[in-house]
Structure formats: structure tokens, C-alpha cells
Design a protein around this ligand. Sequence first.
Ligand code: A2P
Length: 340
Amino acid sequence: MTDGSYTVAVCGATGTVGREIVKILEQRSFPVRQLYLFASKRSQGEKIEFRDDDLSVRELTKSSFDGVDLALFSAGGDVSKKYAPKAAEAGAVVIDNTSAFRLDDDVPLVVPEVNPEDIAEYTARRIIANPNCSTIQMVVALKPLEDAVGIERVVVSTYQSVSGAGRSGISELEQQSIGLFNLKEIHTDRFAHQIAFNCLPHIDTFQPDGYTFEEHKMIHETRKILHRPQLRVSATCVRVPVFYGHAESVNVETRKKLTAKRARQLLQEAPGVKVVDEPSSNLYPTQIQTAGLDETQVGRIREDASLDNGLDMWIVADNIRKGAALNAVQIAEILVSKYC
Ligand code: A2P
């Protein structure tokens, strides 16, 4: 990395998150000298627009990283496990959007509004992990409450869109919806059951303790990002028939009492958060209204009547932007401005 501009590789460039990364690099004028787009062999030669060029997608191989400064991975955990170390060996810094390295002690797990200082630890393996989408939007809203009064316990239920499962998730909801409206037989492949007009309390694989892996991600990643290894967190993650945007009902028990009014103020001042909370005008965040936006939206902020120090809130974000691509590009921005 020399003249203030960088050779950037996007691995998984044809996917839902990869395409958004390319868009965001352009929208935020990230100093890209050269952009390489990688995907599987299937996509070789496909064109993706960047600035005023149509760039060709290439097959990802071990030798894809010569001269690459920054490699943004979003092609699934197996691809990251295989190729991210190769990219790091070749001298790139990896920002990885999968769960492959998130809980490794020597890999920082970063949400720029929450723990940007952890980026400094990238030198150990030259890998920085981007957290799970549902974790990112939750910790952005928890951070100001943690700083103000300390958090004792978090109980969250999520309402996660099908885009979190990539292109196959989006097309399964589309195909099932079209099929049902046309009285056709529908097929279930990406999800365990019909997702159209249905909600599935099942994201990722079931674990021996009864939680799913997605729920484990929320629990363990929240602890790591907030530097609270003992924080009590419980999660229920639900896939809902929505295309874009994840919503979360979050119950927080704090160490000291926080009124709803004070919590609203703290959230209004928090970076990356927009408070949308005017019940008298039916104003609260929804997935449709949040799609395409950068901020995490928080509403329905109220004191939990069943606890001395409890708050309830409804947190919504665009899972493809803040939950994935935007967070990764924000990490890259801090990396190049402060560390490289
Ligand atoms: P491809 O389009 O060639 O399959 P999504 O989860 O939205 O479907 O995106 C997954 C991304 O990961 C796509 O860009 C996909 O490329 C890419 N990908 C999947 N498997 C591989 C692989 N073995 N090597 C490189 N990229 C891969």
C-alpha cells in the first residue's frame, strides 16, 4: 500500500454481499487503485460495473492475491478457510465476512462504531472478521447503553430476512410466493420448511445445547465485541418471509436504572444509530423502510414493566449493508486511514 490508493479484491463478488461491497466501495469513494472481482469458476467472465467500467469476474484461485492490498471475503466459510490465509501470506489484509475466524483469539472482530480500536490487532494474522449481521445491528444499539450504565443481560428474538441466506434464499422466497399465488406445487431446498407466508425458528445448524449456530454467533460475538466475556445473552433467531432487512426485539437488563427517555437520548447521540420512535404517529422502524439505509434504526424504546432496570427496543437494519458490506468497508476505511 503506497500512494494512498489500494488494490482491492472482492471474493464472492457475484453474491448478494459481494455486489453490495462493490457498490459501497464506489459510493464511499474508497481509494481503489485496482479492483479484482473473484467468484467460482461458474461466474468466470461475468461483468460487474464499478465506476464507469465493466469489470470481469475471475475464478478465485490460490494465486489470485499477488499485489493485492486488501481482500474482502464473502464467499462462505469454506472458501474463507481455504483462501484467506493464502491472501494474508501474499501480503494482503483480509476482511472476512464469514464465521470462519470470528471467535479466534488472534483475529479482531470489529464493528467500527463499537470497537474500532481492535482493528490494531490485525497484525497477528492479517485477518479482521466482520461479525454476523444480527450481531452488528444489536451491538451498535447496545454500546451506548453499556457505556452509560452497564448491561447485565440481553434477551433477543430476531426476525431475519431471506437475503441473509444469499441468492438462494431470495430466490426460494420468490419462487415459493409465485408458485403459491399460481396454485403450483412449491419446492423447499434452501430452508428446512416453506418460508413463504411462514416463520422458521431455525437459522444455521442446531447445536447440542438446543440453540442454533446463528444464536451462538449472536451470544459469543456480542461478548467479544463488547469485551464482556461473561455477559449474559440469550437469542432466538427466526427467518421470516421478508426479502431485505433484519429486525430484532431486544430486552436489556441494565446495572443501573435507565429511563426510556434517557435511553432514547443516548441512542440519538450514538454513531450509526437513528432513533425512529414516535408511537403517537405510528412511527417505528420497519424492514421495508430500512432497506438501502446505512444507519441502524431503533424504535419502540420503553421501560420493561417486569424488571427494575429493564428496557425493550426494536432494532432494524439493512442486513446486506450495515449487517455485512458496509461494516466491512467501514473497517477497510479505518484500516487504511490509521494503520496501513
Ligand atoms: P458464484 O456466483 O460463482 O457461485 P450468495 O451467498 O449470495 O449466493 O453468494 C456467494 C458468493 O460466493 C458468490 O459470489 C459465489 O460465486 C461465491 N462462491 C461460492 N463458492 C465459491 C468458490 N468455491 N470459490 C469462489 N467463490 C465462490
